[in-house]
Every structure is written in C-alpha cells, then in structure tokens.
Design a protein around this ligand. Structure first.
Ligand code: SAM
Ligand code: 2KA
Ligand code: SF4
Ligand code: MG
Length: 193
C-alpha cells in the first residue's frame, strides 16, 4: 500500500529510525483501526518485493517494519529473506490472525477481540502490545499475557480516540502491575508518518 521512512512510534523500538512497508489487506475489522484505507488490498497498486527491498536498502537505518493491513495474510518468507541478505533488521507489526511466516528480528503481536491470534505467533512474539479502548481490555491483556513466552515485553497502548479517558487508567495499571509498560503513539504527537 505504501512505503515510508520514519521513526518507529510505538512499543519497544520507539525512537528508532525505520523504513515502513505497509501491506494492503486486512479482514480483522477493528472498528477503531487508524488505517482503514489499508483494508481493501485491491485499491492499492502492486509493487514487487525486490523493488521494495531495493528502496529499503537505500535508507541509512537498517531497520524495516512490515505492517499493514494485516501483513501475515501473505507469506513473508521471500521478502524477509531478501531484506536479511541486504543486512536489514526485520520487525513486524501483526494481529497474529494468520500463521507466522518470514524471518523476524522482532515480532510485535497486537491481539484483537475480533479475530483471535494463532498460538504459533504468540509463542514467538518478542512484544505483546494490547490496545486499551475500554476497561475490559485490561482483562483481555492479561489473558494474552498467558499465551506469550516469559521474556516477551508487555505493553498497553491507549486507543487514539479514547486516549484522554484511558491513559490515566493505564498509568495507574502500570504502576500497580509493573510487568506492563505504557506505549504511546509518539509519531502522532510528533506529526510524522
Ligand atoms: C494498523 S496496525 C497494522 C498491523 C496489524 N494489523 C496489527 O493490528 O497489529 C499497527 C498497530 O497500530 C495499532 N492501532 C491501530 N489503530 C489504533 C488506534 N486507533 N489507536 C491505537 N493503536 C492503534 C494496532 O493495534 C497495531 O499495533
Ligand atoms: N511512526 C510510525 N510508527 C508506527 N508503529 C506502528 C505503526 C503502524 O501503523 O503499524 C506505525 C506508523 O504508522 N508510524
Ligand atoms: S488488525 Fe490491524 S490493520 Fe486490521 S483492522 Fe485491526 S488494527 Fe487495523
Ligand atoms: Mg500506524
């Protein structure tokens, strides 16, 4: 759908420059999704994986974030193999709704109530990032924390439109449950992509 060079705004790798590859297509249907224009893959022109890798390799930071849409709709073995050949670290943002493919340096799993993540993604996740839209999402976060590995980093991120209401609850929750950390969508405050 699009490619852009920016700074990772969310989660464990916040603050690192990275080339973003946003793949079109998602059927998870989060009503608060901040990239609904990504859902219909057919609305976006196709770009070959080789061209994308060539573009990524031209940027100073050797980090790529593959996101979407839901990137795991596609088999990502070829794309990540080519990125690796070019010495690029591979990060993925996924709901986990499809089986894991690709070779990843960092897997950020953001599970959704609307389509449960597959267990193979949960066990491999380096980071669990749960979006807090309402109070019941804390319990949802704890359920998913049981499915990830013991060294997986745990993040709570306010849903953007509910941030005013939810952020104080997250602050309180993290102070009482310090195995969790807060993640903010810092790129939205910085006005960068
Ligand atoms: C747009 S999604 C694309 C990748 C994948 N489909 C997923 O959901 O993880 C990228 C990240 O943005 C988060 N996100 C999407 N809409 C959001 C919103 N309104 N507020 C906060 N985070 C949001 C998702 O949970 C995910 O962690
Ligand atoms: N700067 C920036 N950081 C991000 N982290 C995850 C994003 C995403 O949409 O997947 C995203 C994004 O869209 N922009
Ligand atoms: S899974 Fe990700 S891309 Fe798909 S609707 Fe939810 S937040 Fe948006
Ligand atoms: Mg985004």
């Amino acid at each position: 759908m699009e490619e852009f060079y920016t700074i990772q705004g969310e989660g464990y790798n916040t603050g690192k420059a990275a080339y973003f590859i946003r793949l079109g297509g998602c059927d998870v249907g989060c009503h608060w999704c901040d990239v609904k224009e990504s859902w219909d893959a057919e609305l976006h022109a196709l770009t070959s994986a080789d061209t994308i890798v060539e573009h990524a390799a031209q940027h100073p930071a050797k980090n790529v974030v593959v996101t979407g849409g839901e990137p795991l709709i596609y088999n990502l073995d070829y794309l990540t193999a080519q990125l690796k050949i070019n010495g690029i670290r591979t990060f993925i943002e996924t709901s986990g709704a499809y089986p894991l493919s690709g070779n990843w340096d960092w897997i950020c799993l953001s599970p959704k109530k609307f389509k449960a993540p597959s267990p193979d993604v949960a066990v491999m996740a380096n980071e669990l990032k749960v979006i807090i839209f309402n109070k019941s999402d804390f319990e949802f976060a704890e359920q998913h924390a049981k499915t990830v590995s013991p060294d997986c980093k745990l993040f709570l991120q306010p849903e953007w439109s509910k941030a005013k209401e939810m952020t104080p609850l997250i602050v309180d929750y993290v102070m009482n449950n310090p195995q969790w950390e807060i993640s903010l969508q810092t790129h939205k405050f910085l006005n960068i992509p």
